[in-house]
Design a protein around this ligand. Sequence first.
Ligand code: FAD
Length: 318
Amino acid sequence: MKVTEYFKQANQQTLISFEVLPPLKGGQMQDIFDALDPLMEFKPPFIDVTYHREEFIYKKRASGYYEKTAIRKRPGTVGICASIMHRYGVDAVPHLICGGFTEEDTENALIDLHFLNINNVLALRGDARQFEGKFVPEAGGHEYALDMVKQVVDMNNGKYLDTNIENGAHTDFCIGIAGYPEKHFESPNLELDLQYTKAKIDAGANYIVTQMFFDNQKYFAYVDACRAAGINVPIVPGLKPLTKLYQLNSIPRLFHLDMPADLVKAFSEAKTPEARLTVGIEWCVAQSKELKAAGAPCLHYYTMGDSSTIRRIAENVY
Ligand code: FAD
């Protein structure tokens, strides 16, 4: 079923969903099941699976020279989605990115999903590769997530890249996109970022999932700004608890967001890893309860390989 159908059926109740990462290459499907099994009692109607493009690594050769090699450390998104649907009978939402994909690759990926009866997709641009200063689209690929949204919509209308195809099968994808309460880091300002977000909605995207945030006021202000800009689709808050000391710096660096002073103070003053974990969990529980009370359509938790912490949070909220 489509993610937006779940929102409609929920009748103002706040749903719960989770995002998982494919295991590192060499891992196995059981790793995902081990992460998800403890979370399924909360009855998520859908689970997102991230997509990870190739990265470049430099291998030292016997000659002393370094060879640049492309590797994908976390392949398997589509297979994981199919396995999740098969095992749990819930919907899976594969993330699909522009980076590393030609339009033809994207079309073929969507055909695979359609044949697997996967009717949801989160359409994303992806980030710049490591060692590349800015995002570089694949030759013959999309520069912005907007272009991917348009391609998915075309396929929903039976329109394929090969214009010789007449009466092509209509796919039926529900399309999610990313949103940034603290603005996308490349965007000069939130207003412009919202214009581009609106362009994706106008092109046919159906809902927004936000980047993580630690201050609910940022989410509430973002929803207000979206509504003022004419964006009227469901906006799902993405949540991740702060759990480790190094994340005080790594999360702002990687996700381009501010940490509230109260959280930073409480976390820094906690003396042990368990005390810090308790602070992070309590903060995320408080965020979750407030978002739920405010009528958020769904709370979407980024598990990031730590589903036991997410379980401790969900137990206090659902
Ligand atoms: P876009 O919508 O293309 O926007 C990128 C930037 O370009 C923004 O600054 C925007 O304002 C600007 N822009 C947009 N359209 C235009 C235009 N027409 N002209 C000029 N400027 C424009 N990354 C992964 O690699 N794999 C994942 O699985 C993944 N999952 C994610 C899930 C969520 C919920 C979120 C919030 C992010 C996720 N990301 C993932 C990260 C995402 O790929 C990056 O944040 C990326 O930098 C931007 O993606 P986007 O889809 O928002 O891009």
